[in-house]
Design a protein around this ligand. Structure first.
Ligand code: ZN
Length: 173
């Protein structure tokens, strides 16, 4: 069995955002490589197949799409981070994240983008596109939370969609 990845900076604990999360066990300076996002390396073809499998399995089991823990490594490979020994999979999404992913020498790292205080929960932008946003409500609790797990690049699009939906509802009443 593969050994659980660990970080000298953070540990898994219960989270208000989603069951479990990763929390700083000491003050973390900006720019720190906190933990590797480890997993199984897949070619693009394998990765597409795997993503479809994960979504189908989850839809059969829970009636909706589950999280897909696949990260783009480069043009040829992705990393499937769903194995439970990949501790970084517990890091939650936030609309006001304190980390980002960074690819260094063929490895994906979770890196702090600001100073993080001991006890703070780690988070990054999952970068989901806007398709099926309704399957991914966000509970990050940030004051600027947009309500769904959607990449910040798509926030303008999301806000327009939500506004259109509200308008439709008002017209119905
Ligand atoms: Zn949020």
């Amino acid at each position: 069995m593969t050994k659980q990845t660990i970080s000298e900076w953070a540990a898994v604990k219960k989270s208000k955002i989603d069951n479990k999360g990763m929390f700083a066990t000491k003050d973390i300076p900006k720019g720190t490589l906190i933990i590797e996002y480890a997993g199984t390396r897949l070619t693009k073809a394998q990765s597409e197949k795997r993503a479809d499998e994960i979504i189908d399995e989850a839809k059969n089991k829970f009636g909706k799409a589950d999280s897909v823990y696949i990260f783009e490594l480069n043009k040829r490979y992705d990393v499937d981070g769903s194995p439970l020994w990949n501790t970084a999979r517990y890091i939650n999404h936030s609309c006001d994240p304190n980390c980002e992913s960074d690819i260094i020498k063929g490895k994906i790292w979770v890196k702090s983008i600001r100073d993080i205080k001991k006890g703070e929960e780690l988070s990054y932008d999952y970068g989901y596109d806007i398709d099926e946003y309704e399957d991914h409500p966000c509970k990050c609790g940030a004051s600027k939370c947009v309500g769904y797990i959607v990449s910040q690049d798509d926030w303008e699009k999301l806000k327009r969609r939500l506004a259109r939906k509200r308008l439709k509802r008002m017209q119905k009443n």
